[in-house]
Design a protein around this ligand. Sequence first.
Ligand code: ATP
Ligand code: MG
Length: 392
Amino acid sequence: MYKAFLIKYAEIAIKGKNRYIFEDALVAQIKYQLKNVEGKFRIVKEMGRIFIYTEGEFDYDETIEALKRVFGIFSICPAVVLEDEGFEKLSQEVTEYVKKLYGEKALTFKVNTRRNKKTYPMQSMEISSALGGAILDACPNMKVDVHNPDVFVNVEIRNKIYLYSENIPGPGGMPLGTNGSAMLLLSGGIDSPVAGYMIAKRGVTLDAVYFHAPPYTSERAKQKVVDLAKLVAKYSGPIRLHVVNFTDIQLYIYDKCPHEELTIIMRRYMMKIAEEFAKKDGCLGLITGESIGQVASQTIHSLAATNDVCTMPVFRPVIGFDKQEIVDVALKINTYETSILPYEDCCTIFVAKHPVTKPNLQIIKRSEEKLQEKIDEMMKEAVETAETIICE
Ligand code: ATP
Ligand code: MG
């Protein structure tokens, strides 16, 4: 029954004279997401709105699924498109449509008419009340409520007539490509894919870095991270994933530094290396899945010690989330099942029995002096030998 979709967007509407940049980015993302959906689509910016017109057969469910992944969409309104064949016909079509959609349900409704075609022989108010009356006759369980209706029946009269009532929620956020890019530290855990998703939702495109420690971490552990990157990429668009061989650096730290400081020192080097990739890829920030107090390396003291080496802003979108709140997002974006696969993680392999939870920055820095001889060379090599995988 549907031949078009009206796309409603929230925050873009307030962007003043840059609004077209956001709208164009939204159109580009809609095209990108619909690319693999069965059907022919024409996307048109029209009077502060975006319409998607379908041509011929198309897969409705797939279309909705794809649009639910486009950041910047507040809601998706499937629309019936009619020719203007007089008011009698319109009234029939509207009541048929409402009957099909809501059947016997006891809902309150309001008809909203927008008459863009000024030659139409009736006024908007007149159209709304006539259509309202026709709906009441056809659906005895429905009632009018002009103040707080359960559903709106929207009628827009232009060259053609558009009828819509359903509002399918989109993901919200800002269109990708309107806010630069950032480098995600992506592990195989639950938190970092969620962190990447949340930043991408604000219009930021992603690149990623994964610290791999063969033979301590397996090929399967790496594949899991690639799979997670692909799942996030369904929303964020293609992700360039840099796989860094971190084994030698970890062994070197293990060899030279106190074991209870190992995790903090290791995380400081992860941040430094991630920044190198970020600079190369033109990213303006780093993203991690850290959350205050979750583990020893995420106490506020540990976070401060890790952050001390960073020169770029570090975005930690789940910083104030409880684990369950992070899990809820992971379930929603479909990364959870992959994240919980039980493969080893480079952070847990060398982990000390009693890691420091209140690291002292001066002491950490003194320990790191013991790495002076080789660490710069090793970092350079880690960057140069990284494997880059495009995940989409
Ligand atoms: P996650 O569920 O994202 O793995 P976590 O709770 O296991 O997080 P940590 O292992 O302490 O926490 O890692 C904190 C953050 O550091 C991660 O969210 C991720 O951004 C980054 N990180 C940890 N290990 C790696 C890794 N091997 N490669 C890349 N980034 C990592
Ligand atoms: Mg982890």
